[in-house]
Design a binder for this molecule. Structure first.
Ligand SMILES: Cc1cc2nc3c(=O)[nH]c(=O)nc-3n(C[C@H](O)[C@H](O)[C@H](O)COP(=O)(O)OP(=O)(O)OC[C@H]3O[C@@H](n4cnc5c(N)ncnc54)[C@H](O)[C@@H]3O)c2cc1C
Length: 362
């Protein structure tokens, strides 16, 4: 019997976001297969095709871990990406893992590590779906998905075709790709090329290497890397935990700002002789730690107005959290305050990492 997607009217989106914030959706469609995702969008788009920078009448939502949805919700159609499953094709020393977009990401990472496949182990514990990982080129602890993605199958809402995009066409960058802030393409499945090995990729991230007791560049058993990453993340409130409001967030609210060499020199002039943590970002640019800027602009962990129900996580300055009784407007007010404080103190602009739905920071 043909599966019929479930449709709900005026469902509250707070139940579908890790911030636990967001008002009602005009219509919510739970799509359990790629065909259902495409059919749902075709129907809505028939009323008027989507294009790059337009607010369209439909958007796709998966794990809800990187969106801030307005208190007023979204008046159009929300298509919930719920197609699941993956296959593994071994080819000598590599394996191609093809995963459906709605597959929970960390389940996939756990399975690849357990199957002796290497390349995703540092991305353990990141919430959300596999299909959303190309959107902002998900990364953590020295790894990002751009290193292992070989193909992304998408539905193009502009042409109505389903096409396979190469990594070049995805235009991956730091927390960026052709897909981010662009509702033209809907990811249906992703191919990853992983090494057949129980040993991890070389450990690049100093904090992770310290935790594992190895030198940067060493390889260790992938299962150990996964455990170490999960423990580090848990200590920062970066693994979802229903009992802990420090995890009612989108992870990092701001990206690490990338500044020119001149911009970095100007920043150093304003730090009173303290060296801000920074990393080379190519082309003479420098990536500066947003957490450091926020802390040194006077916003400590736990900062916030308890009456507003939102605040900085007590474990990590980059996570803005709903303490349980917050609203999206209160969260955005806190984000604006932090952004203005960092700009005043250091002259650096912070940019939000999550996608803002029907609301803005300006
Ligand atoms: C506690 C916590 C820790 C986090 N840690 C990290 C981290 O270490 N590194 C990191 O990079 N991110 C991190 N994140 C952010 C987030 O988990 C990732 O960006 C994740 O990939 C989002 O997946 P999602 O399924 O929840 O996407 P959603 O929040 O549902 O969607 C995010 C955006 O992607 C779009 N989208 C979703 N699925 C599709 C699809 N199939 N096709 C097209 N567009 C789609 C949505 O329309 C929306 O614009 C963290 C979040 C939390 C809450």
């Amino acid at each position: 019997m043909k599966h019929v997607p479930e449709r709900t009217h005026h469902a509250m989106l707070d139940a579908y976001t890790t911030l636990r914030l967001g008002g009602p959706a005009g219509e919510l469609i739970e799509a359990a297969s790629a065909e259902e995702i495409v059919a749902a969008l075709r129907k809505v788009d028939a009323a008027g095709p989507a294009h790059d920078d337009a607010v369209t009448s439909a958007f796709v939502l998966a794990g809800g871990s990187n969106v801030v949805v307005a208190d007023s919700g979204f008046p159009g159609t929300v298509v919930l990406v719920r197609n699941r499953g993956y296959s593994v094709r071994r080819e000598g020393e590599r394996a191609v893992v093809r995963v459906e977009a709605g597959q929970p990401w960390d389940d996939l990472v756990a399975a690849t590590v357990a199957e002796g496949l290497t390349g995703l182990e540092c991305l353990s514990g990141i919430p959300g779906s596999a299909g959303a990982t190309p959107i902002q080129n998900v990364g953590a602890y020295g790894q990002e998905v751009a290193e292992t993605i070989t193909a992304v199958r998408v539905y193009d809402r502009r042409t109505g075709d389903t096409v396979v995009m190469s990594p070049d066409e995805c235009r991956f960058g730091y927390r960026a790709s052709v897909f981010k802030h662009n509702d033209r393409f809907v990811v249906l499945s992703v191919d990853f090329s992983l090494a057949v090995s129980t040993r991890s990729m070389p450990i690049r991230y100093a904090e992770l290497a310290r935790r594992l007791g190895v030198a940067p560049g060493d390889r260790v058993e992938s299962g150990r890397v996964r455990e170490a990453v999960l423990a580090l993340r848990a200590g920062k409130g970066m693994v979802l935990d229903a009992a802990d409001p420090d995890t009612y967030s989108v992870g990092s609210f701001f990206t690490n700002p990338v500044v020119t060499a001149d911009g970095f020199a100007a920043l150093r002039d304003r730090t009173g002789g303290v060296e801000p943590p920074a990393f080379p970002a190519g082309d003479g640019h420098v990536k500066v730690s947003a957490a450091w800027l926020i802390e040194h602009a006077g916003f400590a962990r736990g900062y916030g107005d308890p009456a507003a129900g939102v605040g900085i996580s007590t474990k990590h300055t980059l996570a803005l959290t709903n303490r349980g009784t917050g609203t999206t407007s209160a969260l955005l007010a806190l984000a604006r305050e932090i952004r203005a404080g960092v700009r005043d103190r250091f002259g650096v602009d912070l940019h939000p990492e999550p996608v803002l739905i029907n609301c803005s920071l300006s």
